[in-house]
Design a protein around this ligand. Sequence first.
Ligand code: AOF
Ligand code: ZN
Length: 346
Amino acid sequence: MNSYMRRALDLATLGRGHVSPNPMVGCVIVHNPSQRILGEGWHQRYGEAHAERNALLAVRPDDERLLPESTAYVTLEPCSHYGKQPPCADLLIDKRIGRVVCCNDDPNPLVGGQGFQKLRDAGITVETGLLNGEGRSLNARFFTFMEKKRPYIILKWAETNDGYIAGANGQPIQISGPLSQRLVHRWRAEEDAIMVGTTTARTDNPRLNVRLVPGEFSNPTRLVIDKHLMLSPDLNLFDDSQPTLRYNYVRSDTSGQTTLVRLDPDQPFLSQLLADLYQRRIQSVLVEGGTTLLNSLLDAGLWDEMRVFRSPMMLDNIQGVKAPTVRGRLISRQTIDADELSIYQP
Ligand code: AOF
Ligand code: ZN
C-alpha cells in the first residue's frame, strides 16, 4: 500500500514548477486481486487535467471493467468542484472505482471534505492519512497558503563565523562562497516572490533576479518595503525588468511592472502585506534580508523555514550588523565548499 502511495508521490513531483498555484498531485490505480497497476498519472500543468483523470486515461479500455475491484492511490483528496477542470470525484464515480486512498484532505475551501463525501455517498470505500507527512511536505507551500491564508515564508541569510550578516553601518560584504550563491539563485527560481527590507534595498542594491543557474526560469516577483517612499528610483529593484511590489504608507500606483501598494499606517504592516500577497495568490516568499525584516518576521512567528549559510570568515568587528538568532528545529545540515548550510523549521 505504502509503495503505491510512494509511487504516486514520486509522480506528483513531475509537475514541479508547472502547476503552481495548484498542488502537485499523483495517482496510481491498482487492481487489487492481481496487484497489477492499471494506470498512472499526475497533474502536469496548471489549468490542465488533474492526476486522477490522467491516470484513468492511461487505463486500457479492456481493463476498465476491473476498476470496481481496484484502488486509486491519490496523494490529495479528489476535487469536488468545477474549477478549470471538472470534479475528479465525479469521474471516479462514473468509472466505478472500488476504493480511493489518499495522503491528505484538500485544504482548498472549495473542496474541503466534499470530495470524500461524494465518493462515500456513491458507495466507494475511502481512506485518508496514508503517508500524511510526506504529502504535506510535498505541497508545503499550498497547505500553508490555504490553511494560514498567507504565503510560505523562507528566511535566508549568510553569516560570518562570528555571527555577522554585514559590516559596519550595514556595509555589504560577500560572506558565502560562489557555490552557495548559485544555490540561492536556484532557490529564487523556485519561489513565487523574493522580499527585502528598506536598508538592504539601499545598501546592497540587489537585482533579485535569477542569473546564476542554467536553463529557462521565470523571475519571481520582487517585494520591497519602502514605508515612506524614500528609496531612490535609480535602484536596480525599480528597473521595471520584472514584476515588483513596493509596499508603503503613502500611495497606490502602477507603472509598467512596478506597483506601489499603500498599506494602512494604523494597522500592523506585516500582516497587511501578507494579506495582500494572499489576495495576489503568491504562495511563497524567500526573504533575503536584512536583519530588521528577518527579526520582525521571526518575532511575529511569521516563518516556515530558515536557511542559514555560515562561512569560515571572521569579521573581528564588533561594529558589524549581528545576524538574527537561529531558532527552531534543525532539519538538515550540509557543507557547500567552505560554507555550512543549515535548514531549520519552527
Ligand atoms: C485533484 N487532483 O490533480 C489536483 C487537484 O482549477 P482546477 O480545476 O485545476 O482546480 C484546482 C484545485 O483543485 C486546487 O486548488 C486543488 O484544490 C485541487 N487540485 N485536485 O483532485 C489534482 N491538482
Ligand atoms: Zn481534481
